[in-house]
Structure formats: structure tokens, C-alpha cells
Design a protein around this ligand. Structure first.
Ligand code: IPM
Ligand code: MG
Length: 359
């Protein structure tokens, strides 16, 4: 039996994870056999044990076939020393489990084209897969710190660093993904300024020789940020580093109507993965039953597809989400002005109901 570690985390995490778990449970009578075990993570875990990523939680994540993750963070933990902050839990899980490949698909549902802040004619038909390297770059490079310089002034510094092997393995994920899609890969860097990016570009270009049927292009990150808004349909697969991918994926989410719609998969070299919505813990709306659970429900679908090899069940969940949107059901983040809205739980109910009809 496959084991799923369920880590709800902070803020809206518990509410959205509860709906994704219900959705997975709904598939049990239809033959999906899963063992799910829950553990605290992030600020919630810090409050319980003084550690945002307790050993028991990390052990559970290690022993599981896949991890379903909610979100971490909140103002009440922002003043803690960095190593105790909730964000260290997700960064630690990514690093410890070697989850180097982060897949963030940004697809526009036709029903939501009008919910995007961009004109419907610009975003409709958009289907971009952002592949973000997740365990390197300025996020993890050493040295880093805040020090006092010779002039007695404090200065902060971080190290942007990529080893050739790290670039090569994420580039391969990019090319392999493009092969399964429309065979176009855009590598995003800042090679006009940064040495790290020059190496990135050189290595991606080398790897391209193994994939003659994929059309590779390179784009500077500032231009990519602009092109995503100008004409998002030009992109098929984007591959980029940790920092640029963090920023571009948030940007891409808004093209789809709401950050509340975007799932993600973070995979290791063997397909084990952590699945989480790309949005954060949204403490301002936590506990109010208003958060959109669809990004988390869609993350559960990605979990079934990538780590459990259950593509049919994944498609059932994605189909149920489409059906619910087609029926006009909206949480507040995806509603147009004046449209009636439903809450987190009711959105979960609707997906569960759509799944109960075997398809
Ligand atoms: C994300 C988040 C995280 C990141 C934070 C919570 C550390 O923004 O998953 O995109 O920067 O990677
Ligand atoms: Mg982010």
C-alpha cells in the first residue's frame, strides 16, 4: 500500500489539505488504496516542539511514497531567528529529500479567463509548464549572512551558485517534459549579467544536443517576465533556476485567474515527490472558510500521476475540478464582480460530488 505523508502546516494549510484528503478518500471505494499519516510542520510544529521541521515529521516524509503539503508561514513567527522560521521547514524538506525538480503548470481554465487581470484574449489557451530548480541557487548557496564591513556598516550577502551537474539534471527534466508536450523549451537566465547564468546557458545548450527534436530558446529573466504578460501562449515549457522560478511562477499564476488555482510537484531523481499549492499560508484569511482548495486538490492529482503512477485517478480529479468550474462554482478569489461565492468546504463538497459520479 502506498503511504502519503500529509503535512498541513500553517494558516489556511489545514483547511485546504482537509479538502484534498477528502477528495483522495472519495476515490477509495473506486480502488485507490492509500495510507495517510499526518504530522505538524512549519510554525505549527515550532509551537509544539520548538522546531519547524521536527525529526518525526522529516522521518515520516522520508518513509512515505509521496508528501502532500499545505503551506507554512505567518506573522507570529516572523521575528524568530531564521533557522526557526516556518519557511525553513519547506526549504529543509526540499533539500533533505533532494526534491530538485519543481513542476508548476500554469493552465488557464476557459471558465476563468475572465477572472484573470489580463484580457481574456491574451490568456485564453495559455498552457505553460514552469520547471524550477529547487535545491540550489541563491536559496542555498554559501556563504551568506549579515556582517559589518571595514567601514563599520552592516552589509547583507548571499551566494548565487550552481554546479554543472545541478544545471544538467534540471535541464534534462526540462527537455524530457518538452518531449511530452509541444517540444519547445525556453531556458530563462540572466546571462547578460551573471556568471552563474552564463554557465547555466552553456550547460543547457550542451544538453540540447541530446534532444534534437526539442526547439530550445534562451531568454533573459526580465524579458521573460514581460513576455509572460505580453503573450503567454508563446511558451510551452520554461526551465529556470530557483530564484527566477519562484518569481515567474507567481507571475504566471495570475495569468490563470488566481494563485489559488496552481498546483506543484517537487520531485527527486526517482519520482518521489512533495506536492503543494504554489500559494502561501494566507494568514489573513486563515480559519474563515474562504480559501480556494483547488490548487491543493490539483496537487493531490499531480501526486497520483507522478509518484503513484495513477494517471487515470489524476485525470478524474482534474475532470471533477473542471466540471465544478463549468457549473459556475467559485471561491472568492476566482469570482468575477457580483458573482455568488462559496467557501473552502463547499468547494471541496462540490469536487467530491463530481467525483462520486464514476466517469
Ligand atoms: C514557494 C514559496 C517558498 C519559496 C517560500 C515559502 C520559502 O514562495 O514555494 O514558491 O520561496 O520557494
Ligand atoms: Mg514562491
Amino acid at each position: 500500500m502506498k503511504k502519503i505523508a500529509v503535512l498541513p502546516g500553517d494558516g489556511i494549510g489545514a483547511e485546504i489539505i482537509a479538502q484534498a484528503v477528502r477528495v483522495l478518500r472519495t476515490l477509495e471505494p473506486q480502488g485507490l488504496v492509500l495510507e495517510m499519516a499526518e504530522a505538524p510542520v512549519g510554525g505549527t510544529a515550532y509551537d509544539l516542539s520548538g522546531d519547524p521541521l521536527p525529526k518525526a515529521t522529516l522521518d515520516l516524509a522520508r518513509s512515505a511514497d509521496a508528501i502532500l503539503f499545505g503551506s507554512v508561514g505567518g506573522w507570529q513567527w516572523d521575528k524568530l531567528p531564521r533557522e526557526k522560521r516556518p519557511e525553513q521547514a519547506i526549504l529543509g524538506l526540499r533539500k533533505e529529500l533532494k526534491l530538485f525538480a519543481n513542476l508548476r503548470p500554469a493552465v488557464i481554465y476557459p471558465e476563468l479567463a475572465a477572472a484573470s487581470t489580463l484580457k481574456a484574449e491574451v490568456v485564453s489557451g495559455m498552457d505553460v509548464l514552469i520547471i524550477r530548480e529547487l535545491t540550489g541557487d541563491i536559496y542555498f548557496g554559501q556563504p551568506r549572512g549579515i556582517r559589518t564591513n571595514a567601514a563599520g556598516e552592516r552589509e547583507g550577502f548571499d551566494t548565487m551558485l550552481y554546479a554543472e551537474s545541478e544545471i544538467r539534471r534540471i535541464a534534462r527534466v526540462g527537455f524530457e517534459s518538452a518531449l511530452k508536450r509541444n517540444r519547445r523549451l525556453c531556458s530563462v537566465d540572466k546571462a547578460n549579467v551573471l556568471e552563474t547564468s552564463q554557465l547555466w546557458r552553456d550547460v543547457v545548450t550542451e544538453v540540447a544536443k541530446d534532444y534534437p527534436t526539442v526547439e530550445l530558446s534562451h531568454m533573459y529573466v526580465d524579458n521573460a517576465a514581460m513576455q509572460l504578460l505580453r503573450n503567454p501562449r508563446q511558451f510551452d515549457v520554461i526551465v529556470t533556476g530557483n530564484m527566477f522560478g519562484d518569481i515567474l511562477s507567481d507571475e504566471a499564476s495570475m495569468l490563470t485567474g488566481s494563485i489559488g488555482m496552481l498546483p506543484s510537484a517537487s520531485l527527486d531523481a526517482n519520482g518521489k515527490g512533495l506536492y503543494e499549492p504554489i500559494h502561501g499560508s494566507a494568514p489573513d484569511i486563515a480559519g474563515k472558510d474562504v480559501a480556494n482548495p483547488l490548487a491543493t486538490i490539483l496537487s493531490a492529482a499531480m501526486l497520483l500521476r507522478y509518484s503513484l503512477d495513477q494517471d487515470a485517478f489524476a485525470r478524474r480529479i482534474e475532470g471533477a475540478v473542471s466540471a465544478v468550474l463549468a457549473k459556475g462554482l467559485r471561491t472568492s478569489d476566482i469570482a468575477e464582480k457580483g458573482e455568488p461565492v462559496i467557501g473552502t468546504r463547499a468547494m471541496g463538497d462540490a469536487v467530491v460530488a463530481a467525483l462520486a459520479i464514476p466517469g
